[in-house]
Design a protein around this ligand. Structure first.
Ligand SMILES: Cc1ncc(COP(=O)(O)O)c(C=O)c1O
Length: 508
């Protein structure tokens, strides 16, 4: 044997013998299929304490390896019993997509080839699929076809990418090379969003850009939770007069507590007037624009300089899958592009394509677009329109149940699939000490939600609307039916009654 062969005979790799790989792979598919089969019945979240679950997974770094079937068996033994099932039809927490079967398969396929879509060369097919998927998303919501954009990890990353692009393009000094340290820098940069429903992803983005969290100015909202554009105009004017530097306004297209859609046409006009970047945070709701019945609410979104939309929310993608659309892709590229000889050959070649690393904060990037591309191809616009309409029908049905029950109170009319309301016993409505009653209702509603989570029947969360704790349900699963809504509402009513009577006894 040659010396090379002798050395090589001691090399190892992570590969399994192909027959063993197949056996494991089929077993994993069986496990996943069994999971999907039972997804309606499983408790939506585990009821172990965080300390208990942490303990369960605390173990030493493995020095010697174990057989793959032992490792994979952990999925059934330890991981699934401690999972929260976002794919359950009765999962209504945060704004979390429910995943799709085809996307699960797509993720496995994407991992197998392991293309890096940061650059064209290590990911030619992945790049082109991402490019067309981004175009499709724009088309889906009626955004200009000339736009560019990219898939990112989620709404926060999309918002951050948009705000940095806004800053680069609207700042009065060279923020690319000198950052905030330019000697020409004076005055405070300002971003505007609505006070009640503006999302903290915008605050986090301002923070990450080192503009400070206070750079985000809260614009008063109207009774329907949308931005008061008269107030916006006044604030921008006054800030400019006092030497500040407004550069961006963020509109909500489907807000976090009530699904509000800001008046985007009016905001676009104000942005034009003061030369500001117009960004739409449509993480929760931009895709609602695909529904002809809702389309008028989105008027003006097509005028935005950039739009965040989050396929891992209302397009039901498994994590992670966010997206940013930018009207002028060259503005995006100029904001992020940094040249280095090791990123791309120094001389142009016909084999160079689009390098997504020039368009966003990430360099190496996974192939997140595949799952969305496959699901869109499999389900089509019509299929998606049906699913979105189902979710809206569920939110409306819930609203009707709330209105018909004298012990519940809606916080708003549902526009999309997000709905907030509270348990408010009828006999407490006439009480005079409003602040005392509000405090009581806050505890009551939070306790109802804690209990329903522990029951495993449904996963629901609370939030605050106009300073009151509300039950907030995001009906964002393609599996949810009207019957699920009724089952959950009945349970909420039962818990409300039982907890209310118990709390009254203890506070009497
Ligand atoms: C309006 C809005 N923007 C941004 C985000 C952040 O999205 P992600 O959690 O995907 O980063 C959310 C999350 O719910 C949101 O509702």
């Amino acid at each position: 044997m040659s010396i090379l062969k002798t050395m090589e005979s001691e090399f190892d790799s992570l590969d399994l013998p192909i027959e063993e790989f197949k056996k494991l792979g089929y077993a994993v598919i069986d496990m996943i299929a069994q999971y999907y089969e039972g997804i309606r019945e499983i408790p939506v979240s585990p009821n172990g304490s965080s300390a208990k679950i942490e303990n369960l997974f605390r173990e030493e770094l493995p020095v010697d390896g174990q057989s793959p079937d032992t490792v994979i068996a952990e999925w059934q033994d330890r991981i699934l019993p401690n999972a929260t099932h976002l794919g359950s039809p009765r999962y209504f927490g945060f704004v979390n997509g429910s995943g799709s079967m085809i996307a699960t398969l797509a993720d496995a396929l994407a991992s197998s080839v392991n293309m890096n879509s940061g650059a064209w060369k290590p990911g030619p097919g992945a790049t082109e699929i991402e490019r067309i998927t981004v175009k499709w998303l724009a088309q889906l919501i009626g955004y200009p076809d000339r736009c560019g954009g990219l898939i990112v990890s989620g709404g926060t990353m999309a918002d951050f990418t948009a705000l940095l692009t806004a800053f680069r393009n609207k700042a009065t000094e060279d923020t690319t090379n000198e950052g905030l340290q330019s000697t020409e820098s004076n005055g405070r940069y300002r971003i505007y969003m609505s006070d009640h429903e503006g999302h903290i992803a915008i605050v986090r983005s301002a923070d990450m850009m080192n503009l400070g969290r206070d750079a985000v100015r809260r614009v008063p909202s109207r009774d329907d939770f949308t931005m008061d554009t008269t107030a916006l105009d006044r604030m921008v004017r006054e800030d400019i007069a006092s030497g500040d530097k407004p550069f961006c306004v963020v509109a909500q297209a489907g807000s976090i507590n009530v699904g509000a859609i800001d008046p985007m046409e009016e905001i676009a006009a104000i942005c034009r007037k003061y030369d500001l970047w117009f960004h739409v945070d449509g993480a929760c709701g931009a895709v609602g624009a695909m529904l002809p019945s809702l389309k008028p609410l989105y008027k003006g979104m097509e005028l935005a300089d950039s739009v965040t939309l989050d396929p891992h929310k209302w397009l039901y993608m498994p994590y992670e899958c966010g997206c940013l659309l930018v009207n002028d892709p060259e503005k995006l590229r100029r904001s992020f592009s940094i040249k280095a000889p090791y990123l791309r050959g120094t001389l142009p070649s016909e084999y160079d394509g689009l390098d997504f690393l020039e368009y966003g904060p990430q360099m190496s990037r996974g192939f997140k677009a595949l799952k969305l591309w496959m699901t869109l191809k499999h389900y089509g616009v019509k299929g998606y329109q049906k699913l979105l309409s189902q979710n809206i029908a569920c939110a409306r049905h819930l609203h009707n149940l709330v209105k018909a029950d004298e012990n519940f109170q809606p916080a708003h009319e549902p526009r999309l699939y997000i709905y907030s309301f509270r348990y408010f016993p009828q006999d407490l409505r006439e009480e005079h000490d409003k602040s005392c009653i509000n405090q009581y209702l806050d505890v009551l509603n939070q306790t109802i939600i804690d209990k329903i989570q522990l029951s495993g029947l449904a996963f629901i969360m609370t939030s605050k609307v106009r300073n009151s704790v509300v039950i907030r349900m995001s009906v964002c699963s393609h599996r949810t039916t009207l019957e699920d809504i009724e089952i959950v509402f009945e349970k909420l009513a039962m818990l409300g009654q039982a907890i209310d009577s118990k709390l009254r006894k203890t506070t009497a």
